[in-house]
Unconditional design. Structure first.
Length: 245
């Protein structure tokens, strides 16, 4: 049940049509795994915390570097050199003391990914490594946990909702031969895409609205334009091709 303080804290979102105490209690009981506490992870974690998602399982093995601070708003000059999980947890607890933060200071690998995400209601892909994204994708497919993918490059970004066999998986439309490594990153672009990821997660958990299933949203901040590309499963996909409903 929601406490009086929680009902007051969430009163403005409780005014949303069909978002009642029951929906808010669903969020309170939910667990979201957020892979990455950086540029995308910052808005995702911040808005899920503010909305009252009960448990945020945050995974990042890195430390705060000064080059992160143009976009990773969970961190600041005072936390340089700190583990990102520690720095982010401190900020998130200031946002909402009612939620639980699980800090996972580990690199996501093929050996541990399934164990790390097990028991989560959904996953936010906020990674900047293609290799790690593909490992996370495979584990999500194996455990049939929905994953909300986001990525940015300079002023541009993309976002989609993945939940095979209802949708493709990441490997259906992103090749492991695609470019890997650091890419240009504008903080405002990360804020937009991360906020969209948070919204997709909140819609999924509450059952309100429609997610971006089978659609890839491409955002161009230079032209201030969105477009959607229809996504289809690859029947020969080595990750999800063998799945059936």
């Amino acid at each position: 049940m929601l406490t009086p303080d929680e009902r007051e804290r969430y009163q403005r979102q409780l005014l949303i049509k069909d978002w009642d105490n029951e929906k808010q209690e669903i969020l309170k009981k939910s667990t979201v795994f957020v892979a990455g506490a950086g540029g995308l992870g910052s808005p995702v974690l911040s808005y899920l915390a503010a909305a009252g998602v009960g448990t945020l399982r945050m995974c990042d093995f890195d430390r705060v570097d000064i080059s992160n601070l143009n976009r990773q708003i969970l961190h600041g000059t005072g936390t340089l050199g700190s583990l990102k999980t520690d720095s982010a947890a401190e900020t998130l607890h200031r946002i909402n003391e009612h939620i639980a933060i699980e800090k996972i200071t580990r690199r996501i690998t093929a050996e541990n990914a399934a164990d790390l995400i097990a028991g989560s209601d959904c996953i936010a892909d906020c990674l900047d490594s293609l290799e790690a994204r593909m490992v996370l994708n495979r584990a999500a497919v194996e455990l049939r946990i929905p994953m909300i993918h986001g990525g940015i490059n300079g002023f541009r970004g993309q976002c989609t909702f993945l939940h095979p066999p209802e949708t493709p998986c990441l490997a259906c439309f992103i090749s492991q031969k695609d470019r890997n490594g650091p890419s240009p990153a504008l903080g405002a672009a990360a804020g937009i895409i991360g906020s969209l990821q948070a919204m997709e997660i909140l819609k999924y958990l509450t059952g309100l609205g429609e997610t971006m299933k089978n659609r890839l949203m491409l955002f161009d901040g230079l032209l201030m334009r969105n477009e959607f590309i229809a996504l289809k499963r690859n029947p020969d996909c080595p990750v999800c091709g063998g799945l059936s409903g």
